[in-house]
Every structure is written in C-alpha cells, then in structure tokens.
Design a binder for this molecule. Structure first.
Ligand SMILES: C[S@@+](CC[C@H](N)C(=O)[O-])C[C@H]1O[C@@H](n2cnc3c(N)ncnc32)[C@H](O)[C@@H]1O
Length: 318
C-alpha cells in the first residue's frame, strides 16, 4: 500500500467530479488519520528509520522545528519524539480541520507541551524570519503547483545555518505479482498514467523527489544532501501483523470506491482508455476481495509493491 497508490473503479459520471482533486481528497482528516495509522504500523517494522531521520535531520534536544503542511500531525509528533524532549515544534497547515485533529491527537499522545499548531499557508508561513533551526515538510510539495515558492518561504523562516528538509515521494516504485504478469504491467501503466494526468491537468509533480535538489538549490540552499527511503510492502512479511494487512486491504478497497471518479479523469488525461481502466478496476477489486476472504491466501501472496520517499535537505547560509 502506498499513500499515493493508484486506485480506480468504474465511473458513473464525469462532470461534477472535475472540481474534486486528488490533493483535496488527500487532505481530509478521515483519510489522513487512517492512512497515517497504516503507515505508522508499517514503519514500526523498520526501526532503522528513526536513526535515518535523527541523523539526516540532525535532530537533538532543544531544537526549534517547523513542520509545514502538517495535516493531522503524524510527522510533527515523530519529529518531537525523535528530538528526545525539550524541543519546540510548530505544525502549520492551511486546513483548519486538519489542525483541530492534530491538536486533539497531540493532546491524546501527551505531547502538547512540545508541540503547537497554527492554521497558515505554506506560501506565506505565519512565522517571523529566522524562527526555526529546522523547517521541514512531508508529502506537501507533491500537492503544490509552485513548490519553489513554498521552499523559499521555508528558507525565510529558518535561522542562518539552520536546515530545510523535505520528505516526498519519488519515481522509484514497482509492483510485481509473479502469478499475474499482465496485471503487473497494467498496474505500472495505471501508476504512470495517474501521475502524468495530474501533471497535465494540475501542474503538480506527485513524484517530485528527484526534482528536490534542484528546487532547494534554486531556493538558495547549500550543502544539499539526499537519501532515499525505499519501502517494500509484502503480505508474506512475518514482521507485519495479519490485522495490519487486513486493515490495509480494507482501506485500499474503500479508496477504490471513493476515488473512482477522481482517478478516472487523471487516467484518461494520462493516456489510458476506459476499457483499460475498467479492466484494472475489475482485477484490483477481485484480487483485494480474494485476499480479504482468505487469510492463508493473503499470507502466501508474493506480490511486491515497492515505493520510494526522497529525503532531501539543505543549509541556509545568509
Ligand atoms: C498529504 S497531506 C500530508 C500531511 C502530513 N505532512 C503527513 O505527512 O502526514 C498534505 C497537507 O498539506 C496541506 N496543504 C496543502 N496545501 C497547503 C498550503 N498551501 N499551505 C499549507 N498547507 C497546505 C494539506 O491541508 C494537507 O494537510
């Protein structure tokens, strides 16, 4: 399962949906809470990620941090926890509902002494110049039509010699079902067409990862560095609990239904035919339901989905 995994089923009508974007759908509190819970459980099988984030972002106690486009605050809380106390983290998001959920979840996790939230725009961050030691974002720039403008704002609110960082999805991804090569090819086509369609219709790069060093350089940052977080999603993986796999599949199925109309317009713009989209929807639905109906088949399914997150940072030297 991927945060940006392509999902479609048969569309009933097209007109009304032209205004709904995949981005807007992904900003909903219900979507964010559920997808981040699944991601968090998956990440628990990868304890080395804590070390990657801590060393790459230079996390330490006493830091001032800003998480731009924080959504429901999942990454904001991780930053606070990894900096090991007495740090100050501010989450910023333009969606007031997301901020309200972030505040509630942060209180629930007893982290509100370290974390506060503000409603605000990534293009006009409501903070003074040189406010933070580290300004970062996760899965924000993929949704923006002008990511450079947002990164320049992140640079503005960062202290001299401080860091700006982004964790965003990249082009390295693959799906392969050894028992169904033609479905594997179709899956790849759907992914490519979805992201191509979004770029054509909305000017956003959902696989922005490889562009980040160039954007950071254009924003005036120096000492730019990059790591790639590669994730392999596999049902046979004994590190993953059966309950988590089933939760992921149920979520995928609900996404198939909920995003069908939205995804179809991108897929058509990305060059797919209705017939191919219908074939993909049918096969995905059938496979997901089959896996959900039989735990033994689920645990023995060797389909591999792999995806990448690009972690890029740069230093501000005024
Ligand atoms: C895909 S979510 C990521 C949330 C969070 N960073 C995470 O990784 O869980 C993208 C978030 O960016 C926010 N966002 C989109 N455009 C924004 C803007 N111009 N200014 C501030 N926030 C924005 C959305 O409201 C949404 O909460």
């Amino acid at each position: 399962m991927s945060v940006a995994k392509a999902t479609t089923v048969r569309a009933k009508s097209r007109g009304r949906d032209s205004k709904v974007t995949l981005s807007k759908y992904s900003f909903r509190v219900k979507y964010l809470r559920k997808s981040r819970e699944i991601l968090r459980r998956f990440n628990e099988t990868k304890p080395w990620l804590d070390q990657l984030y801590t060393t790459f972002l230079g996390l330490r106690p006493g830091m001032t941090m800003v998480d731009v486009g924080c959504g429901t605050g999942d990454f904001t809380r991780r930053l606070a926890t990894l900096s090991k106390g007495r740090s100050e983290v501010i989450g910023i998001d333009s969606n007031a509902d997301g901020i309200a959920a972030a505040v509630a979840d942060t209180n629930h996790n007893r982290l509100s002494k370290m974390i506060s939230y503000r409603v605000g725009d990534a293009y006009k961050i409501p903070l003074d110049d040189e406010y933070a030691d580290l300004t970062c974002c996760r899965s924000l720039l993929i949704h923006l039509t002008d990511p450079l403008k947002a990164v320049k704002e992140m640079v503005r609110v960062t202290k001299n010699h401080g860091s700006v960082a982004a964790l965003e999805s990249g082009r390295m991804s693959v799906f392969f079902d050894p028992n169904d090569e033609s479905y594997s090819e179709l899956f790849d086509q759907v992914q490519d067409a979805l992201f191509d369609g979004i770029r054509k219709l909305e000017g956003k790069h959902i696989r922005i990862g490889d562009r980040l060093p160039g954007i950071f350089q254009a924003a005036g940052l120096t000492g730019i560095k990059a790591e790639i977080q590669a994730d392999g999603w596999l049902y046979t993986d004994p590190r993953r609990r059966l309950a988590d796999l089933r939760q992921q599949l149920r979520f995928d199925l609900s996404m198939l239904e909920a995003r069908s109309k939205i995804d179809r317009k991108y897929l058509i713009a990305g060059g797919m035919t209705d017939a191919r989209i219908n074939a993909y929807n049918r096969q995905t639905m059938a496979k997901t339901k089959m896996l959900l109906s039989d735990d033994k088949k689920l645990r023995n399914d060797p389909s591999l989905y792999a995806a990448s997150l690009f972690l890029v940072s740069g230093t501000k030297i005024a």
